[in-house]
Design a protein around this ligand. Sequence first.
Ligand SMILES: [Zn+2]
Length: 303
Amino acid sequence: MRKISFILPVILCQLGFLAINAQEQAVNISVDTLSKQVYMLTGQGGNIGIYVGEDYVFMIDDQFDRLSDKIKASIATLSDKPIAFLFNTHMHGDHSGGNAKFNSSETVLVAHDNVRGRIGANQKTKLEAKEISKEEYDKMLPEVTFSNDITFFDGEERIMAFHVHNAHTDGDAMVYFADNNVLHMGDTYFVGRYPFIDLASGGSVNGLIEAQKKALLLINEDTKIIPGHGTPSTRSELEAYLTILEDIKGRVQTQIDAGKTLEEVKTDKVLTAEYDESFGSGFINPERLRETFYNSLKGIQAN
Ligand SMILES: [Zn+2]
């Protein structure tokens, strides 16, 4: 019996390893050219933005650490200049998981103040459990942080990063390449799926709506938008998406005002029915969306 109980975990472990291996091999990094200098890289996790400048490469988000070599190889096909800055749009692991692999003497990690705090807190348990070394821990953390906005200059380009309050999380920032007219919205905008609003990390429905309104003020019909997840998008698509979010917010608020419970709103399929087919098949299904909207509008932080 002792032998079996020893072998089984080993087999399961190997199967798990094979599964992860197969998953990694299956991931291809594809490149979309959005302007003369800005590209969107898609692999697994959040969309990566790459700006190839006169003097350096500016990178936005880095997906998972297991994909770092593939992502580096893909960037190398676009430019051999150093990645001077790696910007995290927020703290989630599918956008910042590769931080330690990209952090080097030539690459500076930049993010909103709260991103450093939340990555630090999340990784601290791994550090204490000795799953990661102190060196790895340190390299995951943004090295330059800001509270409202920060601007980078390169040749004719002005790269404007700005914080939006309590939207997808409490540390979101968007990055606008003014001359190239490309906006990376991080996870404040998903294309073709309902939004994920991480209430436990400081996100809110009202903040997400305000963030999208702020984006609309900045951009024009020719702007290319890199969403956190999904295909490249446009101002008119974002506008349509915002209208839907505001409509759902209104509907849920009406239910709250009528004294409906979380359970009633969560299970009320009619509430979001007209949008579910187009947006409800992703990570956030219609029930979860209604739950999040209810909790957020009621000021409940649980997610
Ligand atoms: Zn996220």
